[in-house]
Design a protein around this ligand. Structure first.
Ligand SMILES: Nc1ncnc2c1ncn2[C@@H]1O[C@H](COP(=O)(O)OP(=O)(O)OP(=O)(O)O)[C@@H](O)[C@H]1O
Length: 365
């Protein structure tokens, strides 16, 4: 039996592309720790996100390529992930957060907060370190959606690398997600009386005052619309990209476009459009109804040449689960709705990786 060499294994893996990044796994520096013992070959594939929707295909392609080498009798593939960041390490605000993602909408009530909460949980369930910042100053609902309404933020002292100790706020934690809300900045029921630019600064400082720890993704639930509050937040927060949530209605599409343009004007890449309340499947008859019209989000994404991240149905269980602070991914993880949220989260993570590679090729943090 000929002896298998590392060079042979790497040559085989050079024929396996990462479907999203368009290059082979070896050139992308994704193959680590190749070990060979007689016919047994083991190696690590370091993906750019734990929520990678191509995981199974990449593993199967690796097995097929290495399996074709003469003398290989057994293959062990270990999949790990190191989220690639676009931000320079040690950035001033949020140095330990790899990606800050705005979740925005052209208008209120399209389900932006529901989508934010469930995407955050889906990413955490896939193995990513996730935080949510509720910056919706008009109606901060994330604490309610996560069942954290009655919790209080706690102050701690955090030691910096230079030895200084500074006061920080501990985020709350639920379902594997760290959470802070502008709602905690004010007494319950009091409106946040700050104007746009000032509010941007306050929220940005608040964001920096939180001891987030190491995060792969921090999702920011933005205020709806493109008013000066939203614009000043976009300028104040160091965003990697933005997701636009909309319903399929025509009018929703034209308003969402406004929101999308506002981000593009500030040079924030659009990671994609999510179509929420896209259809309703009647539980008694199984018939599908397009209550708010059909495919408006997908059409908008095509017209604007931005990725379409998927459609989420209108479901009674989703609304009920949200109301009681136990999101559908927790109460019913096998439901069709949960599957859809995982798919959208995977597509989002995929787009974040693609954007990050575009701007800083092969740099990992
Ligand atoms: N896919 C869905 N299926 C069923 N109900 C949903 C769905 N998405 C959102 N909802 C419900 O719609 C209502 C509005 O949702 P949500 O608060 O998430 O919207 P929003 O866009 O964040 O609103 P706001 O303008 O207050 O920021 C909530 O009652 C929520 O439970």
């Amino acid at each position: 039996m000929p002896e298998v060499t590392e060079a042979q294994v790497l040559a085989a893996l050079r024929t396996v592309p990462d479907p999203d990044l368009g290059k082979d796994l070896v050139s992308l520096n994704m193959i680590k720790n190749v070990r060979i013992c007689e016919g047994n070959v083991a190696f690590v594939v370091e993906l750019t996100t734990p929520a990678c929707p191509m995981k199974a295909k990449i593993e199967a392609d690796c097995r097929a390529a290495v399996g074709a080498i003469e003398g290989v009798t057994n293959i062990k593939v270990e999949l790990t992930a190191n989220v690639v960041s676009r931000r320079a390490q040690g950035g001033k605000v949020l140095p330990k957060v790899k990606h800050v993602i705005a979740i925005a909408s052209g208008k209120g009530g399209v389900g932006k907060s529901t989508v934010t909460t469930n995407l955050a949980i889906a990413l955490a369930q896939a193995g990513a370190r996730v935080g949510v910042m509720d910056a919706d100053v008009y109606g901060p609902t994330i604490p309610m959606l996560l069942g954290l309404e009655d919790e209080q933020l706690e102050q701690i002292a955090e030691r910096q690398v230079d030895g200084n100790v500074i006061p920080k706020i501990n985020p709350l934690e639920r379902h594997g997600v760290s959470c802070v809300s502008v709602g905690f900045m004010v007494e319950a029921g009091q409106p946040l009386m700050l104007r746009g630019p000032m509010l941007g600064k306050v929220v940005n400082q608040f964001l920096g005052d939180v001891a987030w720890g190491e995060l792969d993704y921090l999702l920011v639930d933005m205020p709806p619309g493109t008013g000066d509050v939203t614009i000043s937040l976009v300028d104040a927060i160091p965003l990697s990209g933005a997701v636009i949530v909309m319903t399929p209605q025509d009018v929703a599409a034209s308003i969402a476009v406004k929101s999308l343009k506002a981000f593009q004007k500030s040079n924030v890449p659009i990671l994609g459009i999510v179509e929420n309340m896209a259809y309703f499947v009647a539980p008694d008859t199984g018939k599908t109804y397009y209550i708010f019209g059909r495919s408006g989000g997908q059409e908008a994404a095509e017209a604007l040449q931005v990725p379409f991240l998927g459609r989420i149905p209108l479901e009674i269980a989703t609304r009920e689960a949200s109301d009681c602070g136990e999101p559908v991914l927790i109460t019913d993880p096998e439901s069709a709705q949960a599957v859809v949220f995982h798919e959208v989260a995977g597509k989002l993570a995929q787009q974040i990786s693609i954007q990050a590679r575009k701007f800083r090729p092969l740099t990992v943090m």
